[in-house]
Design a protein around this ligand. Structure first.
Ligand SMILES: *Cc1c(COP(=O)(O)O)cnc(C)c1O
Length: 559
């Protein structure tokens, strides 16, 4: 039976899409955030469009933790191992690699993502947790982004070397290897071994997407560590392509790929500066339209824009939908979110009140607390016209700074209680994300520039007629038309927000636009507001979707 499933998806030459994390759905928790949901959306769109893709990732068996928040917002983690055998099929092939002079066996589980339109994309999950592997090797595929540098290096070796070997063992024919971020760069080294060190040949096979706009975010390993962990590797080869001093996984991918891209136009500019001498293109991210459109909007789009699932470009014709139905669908989705929030909290949100949403991994650069820079100002805004806020976001279990941010938000919420109602939803995942982007009025985004390579949650919001109010970073620079598709916080200057003048400007903009533009339009000029909602769909969602993104990868990178 396993071989049957496999046979069905083996045909033809594939694009092999490698990603350390993949977000297929919230039951298969092998993702941490944006990189994984993007990979999931790339897979969903590929299946809809019948693209010949096979995806490779690690099984991250113990990745999943349930976020618990006590009454002070202190995060604790409940481990919650998921059972791969419930969702995936174990395949018979086993490959191995050498780690610390031991043989580490790698097996694979298969998930086949089936598009309602008929296409299918196989996803191969690599797993080291089985006999006769030694205990310390069985853990390699447990924790996504867990452990220390040595652990990360082992994981990247399993993904890169193991992944290429596994695709060969399973019988996949691969025409291109796509590295989604530098975690999988070892695949290029494996291809060097396979093709007798013919770097030209390897480059022709490799596509690399970088996602990291800051120097410190790129994986680097010392050659001492590599010598100790991956003894069989030829260090001179790694030094030639990955840097003399330390192995930089991004450089390794840059040097061994013929096509390299960043994930938004601004990100491409930044990456080109960071890595001068390389040609870096831009393919701006997108989200899977059907997945991220709430139930009520799906119905509306089916009714008025038939075919939008396969051709989200049709969303440009959103003006065909009567205003009343746009508003009604929004209110339905808002009610779903508010019912959910009200069940989890003793603060009661009101569906008639203007609602801001903010959900991000709780980490410093996302600046979840910027909104609270001036509590008196928030109080005075809410005296003019009521507003409420829904938050969500998990901190990495070892990120104390991130955990403190959540506690701070709880503190502010308490201080503002009675003036501004604020709810923090526990355990942010793809399901909660879908509820939130489908049901708030405005989606707030306040990252420190230029840290947000693209960002995608705002695109999800746009699919539901939700308006973006965001710092001009990542994709929003491309989606933003002031007062038409949403609003900017701060200016388009290339200075980093660390510049104090920029910081002040962003804070002021946040409060001024909220008080004088956004909230009054919402309450007093409903017709105008609904036109803005339509613009969000017709001028953002029609373009910032992963169908357009995958079309671009095909024409620019894969062919
Ligand atoms: C979409 C999504 C993200 C990424 O959102 P950003 O805007 O890039 O921060 C992260 N986590 C989940 C669960 C998502 O659905």
């Amino acid at each position: 039976m396993q071989t049957n499933i496999l046979q069905g998806v083996l045909k033809g030459q594939k694009i092999a899409y490698f990603s350390m994390e993949i977000g297929l759905n919230s039951q298969i928790p092998t993702y941490a955030g944006g990189l994984g949901t993007l990979a999931g959306d790339a897979i969903r769109s590929s299946a809809d469009l019948n693209l010949p893709l096979v995806a490779v990732t690690l099984i991250s068996k113990c990745n999943y933790f349930k976020q618990k928040l006590d009454s002070n917002g202190r995060q604790s983690e409940q481990s919650h191992d998921w059972q791969p055998e419930k969702y995936l099929t174990l395949l018979p092939s086993v490959v191995d690699i050498q780690i610390e002079n031991r043989t580490v066996n790698i097996r694979a589980w298969l998930y086949v993502y089936q598009s309602p339109a008929g296409g299918a994309v196989p996803v191969v999950f690599l797993d080291t947790d089985f006999e006769p592997n030694f205990v310390q090797d069985r853990e390699i595929s447990f924790y996504l982004y867990g452990g220390d540098e040595r652990y990360r290096l082992k994981q990247e070796a399993v993904l890169g070397f193991g992944g290429v070997r596994m695709l060969d063992a399973l019988g996949f024919q691969v025409r291109k290897y796509h590295m989604n971020e530098g975690h999988s760069s070892f695949l290029a080294v494996e291809l060097m071994n396979k093709y007798c060190y013919d770097a030209e040949k390897v480059r022709e096979l490799c596509v690399f997407t970088t996602h990291t706009p800051v120097e410190a975010g790129h994986d680097r390993f010392s050659y001492d560590l590599i010598g100790a962990v991956l003894q069989t590797l030829d260090l001179s080869l790694l030094k030639k392509y990955g840097g003399e001093e330390r192995l930089n996984m991004t450089r390794l991918a840059l040097n061994l790929s013929n096509y390299v891209n960043g994930v938004a136009k601004r990100h491409q500019e930044i990456s080109s500066k960071m890595f001068s001498g390389y040609v870096i293109h831009a393919i701006t991210n997108g989200v899977h339209s059907y997945t991220w459109t709430g139930e009520w909007y799906r119905r509306l789009f089916d009714k008025y824009l038939s075919g939008w699932m396969l051709e989200p470009e049709l969303l440009a014709k959103v003006d065909l939908i009567p205003d009343g139905e746009i508003w009604q669908a929004h209110q339905q989705q808002k009610q779903v979110l508010i019912d959910f929030a009200n069940q989890t909290s003793n603060i009661q949100l009101d569906p008639e009140v203007f609602t801001l949403g903010f959900a991000r991994r709780a980490t410093e650069y996302k600046r979840a607390t910027l909104l609270f820079s001036n509590l008196d100002r928030l109080r005075s805004i809410s005296q003019g016209a009521k507003f409420q806020v829904v938050f969500a976001g998990k901190a990495h279990p070892r990120d104390e700074g991130g955990k403190r941010l959540i506690e701070q938000i709880y503190g502010y919420a308490r201080q503002l209680c009675g003036d501004v109602n604020i709810v923090y939803l526990e355990n942010y995942d793809m399901d909660i994300a879908a509820k939130m982007v489908g049901g708030v009025d405005v989606w707030l985004n306040t990252p420190l520039r230029p840290m947000e390579a693209s960002g995608t949650s705002g695109m999800k919001a746009a699919h539901n007629g939700v308006l973006n109010f965001s710092v001009l970073d990542g994709w929003w620079i491309e989606g933003w038309i002031e007062n038409l598709t949403g609003w900017a916080i701060g200016s388009l200057s290339k200075e980093s927000t660390e510049d104090p003048a920029c910081f002040v400007k962003e804070k002021e903009d946040l409060y001024n636009k909220l008080e004088y533009v956004i909230i009054p339009t919402f309450y007093n000029r409903r017709d105008e507001w609904i036109q803005l909602m339509k613009n969000s769909i017709g001028k953002i969602a029609y373009y910032f979707n992963s169908h357009r993104m995958m079309h671009r990868y095909v024409t620019d990178a894969y062919l």
